[in-house]
Design a protein around this ligand. Sequence first.
Ligand code: GDP
Length: 193
Amino acid sequence: SLLRRAEYLISVHNRPQLPPDIGAEVAIAGRSNAGKSSLINRLCGQKSLARTSRTPGRTRQLVFFRLDETRHLVDLPGYGFARVGGDLKKHWKGLIQGYLEKREALAGLLIVMDVRHPLKPGDVDLANWAADRGLPLHLVLTKADKLGRGKQKEALMKVRRMVDESVGVQLFSAVTGQGVEELEAVMAGWLLP
Ligand code: GDP
């Protein structure tokens, strides 16, 4: 598949480094520790494509993975403990905000959340903001393996009820591979040439 061919392209720290704004990309966001790197690795079938360790100074960069000539995955910095609303005024200001607001190639946004702690303030801020921009949005409740089937379903339905029906919501596990096909299908739809 397209995702399995993903390879690291570039870490962008400032605008001029951005690859040409053509084709299609999917951006992936989430609070630090939500499981975003593990999700990217599982989805692309590569153990260490997205590093799971965080080092200082990586907090403002956009990491691009090349899928083919014109298609990318873009790993956004984890937004940690501050609200994204605040982040959009601070850490996320400039490069990241500009990217999210102006990038023509941006076809959809994934927000990765721990199934046990969904829709934290930062997630909600980002989701609302994506909705305002009219950007297709898909919420991924990861670490589903941490809950039994009943609790998983409960969490899914709770989040489902809290967001607009145009927003996708699904369970995922980087450990068991649960939800991989569902997520691949959503991304394939966004990345269609
Ligand atoms: P990131 O900061 O969002 O990139 O999060 P990581 O991918 O580094 O994951 C944070 C922690 O959660 C690590 O200890 C992972 O091993 C763990 N983790 C991530 N995804 C899963 C999952 O699907 N299931 C379980 N059980 N643990 C996970």
